[in-house]
Design a protein around this ligand. Sequence first.
Ligand code: NDP
Length: 477
Amino acid sequence: MLEVINPRTGVPDHAIEPATRADVAAKAAALKAAQPAWEAMGVGGRCGVMARWLQAVKAQAMAIGEADAQDTGGCHTSYLQGFITMGNIGGWLEDAPRAFAALDWDTMSTSMPSVRVQSQVVAYPLVGVISPWNAPLMLALLDAVPALFAGSAVLLKPSEVTPRVIEALFATVRQVPELAAVFDYVAGAGDVGQAVIEQADTICFTGSVPTGRKVAVACAERLIPCNLELGGKDPCIVTQSADLDRAATAVLRGAVYATGQVCYSVERVYVQRSVHDEFVARLVEKAAEVRLNADNPRAGHIGPFTHGPQADIVAGHIADALAKGATIECGGQVEVIGGGRYLRPTVLTGVTHQMLIMQDETFGPCIPVMAYDSEDEAVALANDTRFGLTASVIAGTAEEAERIGRRINAGGIFLQDTFLTFAKLRTFGSDSFGWSGYGAPRIGPESLRRFLRRKSLLTQTGPVADIRDDHHLGEGA
Ligand code: NDP
């Protein structure tokens, strides 16, 4: 058994039985056996099943939220996870029929006019989803739900750190037998993730860069495609003309929401030198009002670190910055309260790109702020990273923000605010640049198509070609 630590107490209060390689192979075989019937239902049939699942999730939405809060340490988003899941399934119920309608076609070839082309999409039989501990339900279902709508079966390997919410979710899946036949999970650590890769036809992975690289190598060995959603080191530029109060409010939320354990958190802030000090003063003032949820998981603004060891990584980044000359303006000390590990919003100044806190993903509520002089310098600093998930620009006018935003190398650029990822949802996709990801977008219409391959039936409606009629160029001249 693997013990599971409660992030609020630091004490194990749950356990999981890790799957063996044979368990993974057996579940994969059962899912693959059921998948053809699921795909044959067509998108309309699958929507009917998913609508019943939506009702089951609705009935359990509160319990799902409770389990997510226990897994993550509880913040307001956790308690909403059941409802967010309903939004995900309900959204695809609306969009999937339309998305599929445009995908098959039947036409005559333009290059060989006597040939009829019937082109259709077919689903990868088994999608393996490997998901992380931050936002454990949302990040599992962001891939699993569209894969199921596409007609694939899904085998999920959630993080061993946060298994409770997945157990609550599967209580709803089991209420819908047609779905339970094609959607299952296996518990365990990295070795179980590798066992899933051995069985799947394509992989969706969300997590860190080092693990993502291992996943990509394992997929390459099997010559199966993979979609990787990795970390970020997302910058925010605040210009001289910006409304500094608005900028400080947006930066604070973007950096410390969910204790900064969000892939698209603001992780670096560049402020025009003439307004740097005033911006920092406002940010520190607002940061002082952020309350921990140590007394009551449903109150406060930020919770403990979901995965205790993450606090050591964050503390290491702070120590490295201090050793290299940075100043802490507020926060900075990991506090242990009731066994949970907390960090209040931590604003640092005097930072440079030689510091880990400006280079590697910190994944904590830290806000390193650096002054810049010219717009070109701000853009160069924002682009001086191996990552490229999102970025933000807050300027005096939307036009100024847009001008700067268009020069930043990242998949999602938020203007005049931070944290706008959810505005894209299913309608608009965007890529991850650099180390932040690999493969097709995971939101927007392309996210569905990741699970589909195109197959064409070509019918000759005219006479067949006779090789004896083929002539070499110049023959008979
Ligand atoms: P990890 O990369 O450590 O783990 C992710 C998943 O992979 C977990 O289920 C883990 O299992 C599993 N795993 C570990 N080793 C292997 C292996 N060798 N082969 C296959 N699977 C393996 O990430 P974390 O769980 O620590 O999550 C935090 C990270 O996720 C952060 O760096 C964050 O940036 C990133 N992230 C990226 C997002 C994005 O969309 N770009 C969104 C959210 C998070 P187990 O946990 O059981 O060890």
